[in-house]
Design a protein around this ligand. Structure first.
Ligand code: NAD
Length: 509
């Protein structure tokens, strides 16, 4: 099956991981072997970029920008529309590859490709709406307005858990804005990145897009560091852990470049005494175990009103007993593997820390073994009763560990929801309008995403996506997130016959 998918996506044998478009450069860096967490089998070997390869890509991208920025934005949008069409044609193969290389369920693999298609559609419309404001000048015979210009190279560093969608959120917008892109995907998912590059190559070649508009640099964190220190790259959009974001933010800030950071979350759902408990169970369980707890928006904490705590946790335990864990390509399974053994060890370590810090397990965790679990990456989703103040609860463990805790008043629940270093996604389940509005008010959730009667995970592309505090403050995808990819210029034009100065200043000679 995998061979057929790779063949359909144009990937065979050992691959170069460096491309400036239709032209694939011979790579000179270390070989990265992609191994599936599903069955521990090798998918492909990819040769990563050396520093010299990287410099060549940047130089080509700089040249390409000089031409690409002159293409009218709607024409660039038309090319993005064609990428959306190509993705529709490849949805099945690419979705399966995402599922196989990353380990998320097949439905979520398809969903990720659909998200790419959706952002293409969004970007096409956007290509005709890159608008600025006009202002009234204080001086007669003057006109004032603002324009948005492309920045140049957008560097994209992405994480393993959304191996293709996050790249598309950035690149489709960056392209219609007139930028060129260099993508450094996660070293854990290089093959899906190759597949995306090939899909875009075909569309770009048919439209005679200059070489260097869509670039790929496969490598480990060194390649990410080259980008964040590189003054030729005005914007670095980085998705990953808070640890990574602090390093990238510091490096880019040091050279006064721009960074767009999409980092870790520690997302909670408040389950009120006025919640629809049937809906709440679905939201909580999908949020906690979907993608095996490896979404930035995964539900990590449930803050439950004391009056419904026992009933709700009993239903949670029952729901967990019905979860099917196994090969994510089998649509009967709810939970697939973690990405690798290091993630399994981090999960086990967190379980030990929960116990050491005083927590108790309502559903025990553990690593699965035996037939179907040979990769050693399948773990049991577990539930622990904890206090919000435990150090381990304040930390994002990228695995299906769900923390439950009690509250008495809504003010206390909101304070607990906010009392973590991260600020990505949050939700309240309640049918009480007053509670819902308080949760959404200035004194409510401090997260970038706040939902009512929907869980924390699964955002639509139409809204701006991102979070506050240690989540990094960046916004991507919908709304006016496009502005991050452009520079604003204020223009004043004098069509009078004199030269009055602003603020009435006189300068006669
Ligand atoms: P990671 O931080 O280990 O790696 C992410 C990317 O950063 C990789 O491409 C890696 O090579 C690169 N990198 C690592 N260190 C770097 C450095 N010092 N300089 C430059 N680049 C560096 O993250 P991961 O394990 O791949 O992904 C999981 C994390 O990503 C979680 O914390 C999750 O919450 C977060 N995430 C956030 C969002 C969001 O939108 N907020 C989306 C997806 C994932």
């Amino acid at each position: 099956m995998v061979e057929d998918i790779l063949k359909a996506l144009g990937i065979q044998g050992e691959q170069s991981g460096v491309s400036t478009g239709a032209y694939w450069l011979p790579a000179h860096g270390a070989i990265i072997t992609s191994v599936s967490p599903v069955d521990d089998k090798k998918i492909a070997a990819v040769k990563g970029a050396s520093r010299e390869d990287y410099d060549q890509v940047v130089a080509t991208a700089q040249e390409a920008f000089k031409e690409w920025r002159h293409w009218p934005a709607p024409k660039r949008g038309e090319i993005v529309r064609q990428i959306g069409e190509a993705l529709r044609q490849h949805k099945e193969h690419l979705g399966k590859l995402v599922s196989y290389e990353m380990g998320k369920s097949l439905q979520e693999g398809y969903g990720e490709v659909q998200e790419m298609i959706d952002i293409c559609d969004f970007a096409v419309g956007l290509s005709r709406q890159l608008h600025g404001l006009t202002m009234h000048s204080e001086r007669p015979g003057h006109r004032m307005y603002e324009q948005w210009h492309p920045l140049g190279i957008t560097g994209i560093i992405s994480a393993f858990n959304f191996p293709v969608a996050v790249w598309s959120w950035n690149s489709m917008l960056a392209w219609v804005c007139g930028n060129v892109c260099i993508w450094k995907p996660s070293e854990k998912t290089p093959v899906t990145a190759l597949a995306c590059q090939r899909i875009v190559d075909t569309v770009f070649a048919a439209n005679k897009v200059p070489e260097g508009v869509c670039n790929l640099v496969i490598g480990d964190r060194d390649a990410g560091e080259w980008m964040s220190h590189d003054t030729r790259i005005p914007l670095v959009s980085a998705t990953g852990s808070t640890r990574m974001g602090k390093a990238v933010g510091a490096a880019v800030g040091q050279r006064l470049g721009r960074s767009l950071l999409e980092l870790g979350g520690n997302n909670a759902i408040i389950i009120s005494q006025d919640a629809d408990l049937d809906m709440s169970i679905i939201g909580a369980v999908f949020g906690a175990v979907g993608t095996a707890g490896q979404r930035c928006t995964s539900t990590r904490r449930l803050i439950i009103h004391e009056s419904v705590y026992d009933a709700f946790t009993a239903r949670l335990v029952k729901a967990y007993s019905q979860l099917r864990i196994g090969n994510p390509l089998d649509q009967h399974n709810h939970v697939g593997p973690l990405i690798d053994k290091a993630a399994v060890n981090a999960y086990l370590d967190s379980i030990e820390q929960v116990k050491a810090q005083g927590g108790s397990f309502l559903v025990e965790g553990g690593v699965l073994s035996g037939a179907g679990y040979e990769s050693g990456c399948y773990v049991k989703p577990c539930i622990a009763a904890v206090e919000n103040t435990y150090a381990i609860v304040q930390h994002e463990t990228f695995a299906p560990i769900l923390y439950v805790m009690k509250y008495k008043t809504l003010a206390e629940a909101i304070a607990m929801q906010n009392d973590v270093p991260q600020g990505l996604s949050s939700a309240i389940m309640t049918l009480n309008l007053r509670e819902a509005e308080q949760f959404l008010s200035h004194a409510g959730s401090d997260c970038g995403i706040a939902n009512v009667n929907i869980g924390t995970s699964g955002a639509e592309i139409g809204g701006a996506f991102g979070g506050e505090k240690e989540t990094g403050g960046g916004r991507e995808s919908g709304s006016d997130a496009w502005r991050a990819y452009m520079r604003r210029q204020t223009n004043t034009i004098n069509y009078s016959t004199s030269l009055p100065l602003a603020q009435g200043i006189k300068f006669d000679f």
